[in-house]
Design a protein around this ligand. Sequence first.
Ligand code: MG
Length: 296
Amino acid sequence: MRLACWSWGGRHHAGVVSPCGRELTPLALADASRGALPLIQALSRGEGLPPAVGPRIPVEAVTLRAPLPRPLRSLFCAGRNYREHAAELADTVFREQLPERDAWPIVFTKLPETVVGPYDDVRLPGRQASEQIDYESELAVIIGRGGRDIPRSRALEHVFGWTVVNDVSARDVQVRHQQWELGKSFDSFCPMGPWIVGIDALDARDTRVRGWVNGELRQDGRTKDMIFDIATLIETCSRGITLLPGDVIATGTPSGVGMGFKPPRWLKEGDVVRVEIDGIGAIENRFTASPAAAEG
Ligand code: MG
């Protein structure tokens, strides 16, 4: 099963992607603004999906939105979870000891308001806020059945599916504040999509994650090379915390981020970053100048 969220005819819709990936079937939802979230919640309660409303529509005819345009709460994110990525940052300000298999994963959060669509622009925050904007190509886990203290051995039973995110990061801000949330949470800093692929359709424990900047392949890794695997991340995040249907866990990025180059290669206005995961699809986002100061 694949769930998508889109705009068409001036309205938001959520529904099912056809097996060929070229058509969308809208489902009956009182409020489609939260995308696939109410669908995942209904399935977690043991209910079926709501009925279709209207005919199938070609994907090219719509504007895809993030499948979870506004997650329930902050996204859980694993930091430095691929060995080669940890190594590439060993000469940077993140020079602490490389994580070992018996250590604990780094987990931080990213505000839910960071999420934008799979082809939306990402707004650079302006030099006064950060001069070191970086990309991170990542697999994100979408929780289906909630739970607390989920053991590794049962963790995949709690997965609804997977999507693609770019965990856009302001490195100088990350470092400045010790905690990573500010540097990870600028507006529009979490492109997501193009849809959610259910665990029934993809075992993402070994799939390819790639990232390009302006057509240049920068990241090319496999999820099997995570230091802390998907089950361990779910076990970790659910220790004493009840995970909810629709929660998102971003699983970390392979090597090849801008910070790992000497000198670093920060993103600039006009750059286009593409993130693709085999079995899910691709997102592609242009980095644009920030508009004038926004009103809340
Ligand atoms: Mg990350």
